[in-house]
Write a protein that binds this ligand. Structure first.
Ligand SMILES: [Zn+2]
Ligand SMILES: [Zn+2]
Length: 300
């Protein structure tokens, strides 16, 4: 038996669950610290569909308890890529990161707000033993923000990250840390027309898309970074007329994110909020709703 934060009809509750069976190729991880993210809040509210009784959470640092059939030794400190490939589809044969039917930790399968979890070995990534636990629990959002680095943007050009949430801040820092020194950050839609060579959106709405398209110089790049639950209208005619490139990116390299966080190249310490014990999950969720600017953690 172990404790876990599960979704119930009206929010979250802390319950005891039977330890899941583990098969060869899977890893049982003792959770040391887990980060709360917007996805968890939306899942708890039912705005992202999640089964009743699902253990939430997808950002974590932990320690391997057992890993039958894998090289991972018990006690190894690890984090997890929460996108779980099916390992059966056509694309998984080529590159599991391109899986046609991936499942998400804490949404489709039981996640990280628990004493322990079981995940496939291929999504488990070792982190340095002396890495700060909060930084290690920040790897997934860091990798998500570092996705912009694979969008083919050019240093020395004029860029803009739009949004006021933590992901906008982190994305801005990720670009700056990689030498995009001139990149601006804004959450005002009063933008210079044609003033930017690339823009990164983090808060999608027809109004935002329209303003960002117009802020791009002809031939510019719009990076799509958010995952709205509903389709969002986009002025395709304007994009075509101005030969705008649309680049959608999800995650960068998790290994790079671990390196950047551990070395302090990507700073997150000032974005870390309070840590709550697992039992106080409800308070932790409330705090996270009220303070988008800093990340709340749960400690089993
Ligand atoms: Zn997250
Ligand atoms: Zn697959």
């Amino acid at each position: 038996m172990f404790r876990a934060v599960v979704r119930r009809q009206r929010g979250v509750s802390v319950e005891r669950l039977a330890s899941p069976h583990i098969r060869a190729g899977e890893v049982r991880v003792q959770v040391l610290l887990a980060g709360l993210c917007r996805t968890d809040l939306l899942a708890a509210e039912g705005r992202i569909p999640v089964a009743d009784g699902r253990v939430l959470g997808h950002e974590l640092v932990g320690e391997v308890i057992e890993a039958p059939g894998s090289d991972l030794r018990p006690g190894t400190r690890v984090t997890v890529n929460p996108i779980l490939p099916c390992m059966r589809c056509r694309m998984c044969n080529v590159d599991p990161r391109r899986c046609l039917e991936p499942r998400t930790l804490g949404i489709d399968v039981n996640g990280a707000f628990a004493d322990q979890l079981v995940v496939p070995a291929q999504v488990v990534l070792p982190v340095p033993r002396n890495m700060d636990l909060r930084r290690a629990a920040f790897v997934e959002p860091a990798a998500a923000s570092m996705a912009v680095l694979k969008a083919g943007l050019r240093r020395g050009t004029r860029g803009l990250v739009y949004g006021q949430g933590r992901i906008a801040e982190l994305t801005h820092r990720a670009l700056r840390a990689e030498g995009f020194e001139g990149v601006m950050r804004s959450h005002s839609l009063e933008l210079e027309r044609g003033g930017y060579d690339f823009v990164v959106e983090t808060e999608p709405s027809p109004k935002v898309f329209s303003a960002l398209l117009k802020a791009l110089a002809p031939g510019g790049v719009m990076v799509l970074k958010s995952r709205p639950s509903e389709p969002v209208a986009l002025d395709v005619a304007y994009a075509v007329q101005n030969e705008i490139t649309l680049r959608a990116v999800r995650h960068g390299s998790f290994e790079d994110a671990i390196g950047a966080l551990h070395a302090g190249r990507l700073r997150v310490d000032d974005l870390c909020g309070p840590t709550f014990p697992l039992e106080q999950a409800e308070e932790a969720f409330e705090r996270a709703w009220d303070h988008e600017e800093s990340k709340v953690f749960l400690k089993p």
